[in-house]
Write a protein that binds this ligand. Sequence first.
Ligand code: OOG
Ligand code: NI
Length: 456
Amino acid sequence: MAHDSFLPADDIRTLFSESMSRMYQQEVPQYGTLMQLVAEVNEQVLAAEPALQHQLRETGELDRLSLERHGAIRVGRAAELNMLRRIFAIMGMHPVSYYDLSEAGVPVHSTAFRPTDDASLRRNPFRIFTSLLRLELIEDDALRARAAEILDGRDIFTAKARVLVAQAEAQGGLTEEQAQHFVAEVLETFRWHQHATVDLASYQALQDAHRLIADVVCFRGPHINHLTPRTLDIDTVQQQMPAVGITPKAVIEGPPRRRCPILLRQTSFTALEEPVRFAGEQAGTHTARFGEIEQRGMALTPKGRALYDELLNRSRQTPAEADNEAHQRRLAEVFADFPDDEDSLRTLKLGYFRYGLTEAGRRQAEREESASGDIDTLIEAGLIKATPIIYEDFLPVSAAGIFQSNLGGVQHQAYVQNANQAAFEQALGCPVQDEFALYAALQDDSIRQVRQVLDA
Ligand code: OOG
Ligand code: NI
């Protein structure tokens, strides 16, 4: 079959993220309310900042502004994770980074499936933060065996989804019609199931070991547990959530508000208690699903990330602040040590930048005069400009904060056994990509391109 009769992976991802959003807004009406609030606040920001509006229009981001940027699921077995890798690959989403959450008392390790090249990120950066339960962290032998047995008895994928995945792999893509079927079948895996697969007593035993274990083990599938639209002003949305009847988690995770935003700030409304039918028709409830928002800034180099981690640790040395305003004030004080102007961030090599021609640079290139000097000289000469590369990944401390506030806020101690990237990759069926290498490649490519055009 001719290659051009296939729907591009980017378009399949968009079909998927849009279908998922529709499904989740129906399943969790509060999420629809959050989406509305986010869209309203984004409108207000754009009205107040015409320059930002102009910039977002130029970069083609205005249309998809308030739409989902990521979601998250948790699976129980290696084979489930492995199949997800194949499914997400068809949508142009590949595993980037390894996150060890056991350190924060959550018995999972994770990756983010996301587009990795510039053009695809621009089309639709939708990602799925995907966690694999670490059964070996369940201490009680009998309970661990029972959990494994329950998980072995389920298939979270439809038979048709399996057929379509095999077909996509064999053909090298899917036609539009096949892609529509594929997305509909894959969506089934993320659907909420009101009927648990176990009785109330089994649920309770798993819940007592860790709420997350019960969430992963007791249902037919790994229901999408949140979706996350992009906000232009996370502080305002956090503040306004109660007014629209939704309860925000206590604090915004990540760095404080800054002139030059770095990495990722995120917050959520706390997970809902939802009615569940257990085996034997016993009634009960389960708390897992929520809505989140995110605001992204510049990707940091390993040096910048080390400084971020150091300052974040410093801010956590005293007991947590009860409210977000106090938390943000403390963060801002500590992060005064993190340079907050683009020039310093770039020249100190704390952040990644994309280099492009200025108007003057373009004119010079047209005249076919060659320029000389290193990047800094070319910037000083006004021929090229640097713009921050946006962070596309996640932060383990923030992720742990999101997990925790949606697991009833109970803090668990760190597990003694920790990171096991090799076991994760074995389950996944391939290595995860290194996020720093991806950002460095984007930066280096942009440098190579301007140099070539300027003949510098
Ligand atoms: C995932 C929590 C992590 C984020 O945005 O950091 C996450 C989960 O609760 O399963 O989504
Ligand atoms: Ni999230």
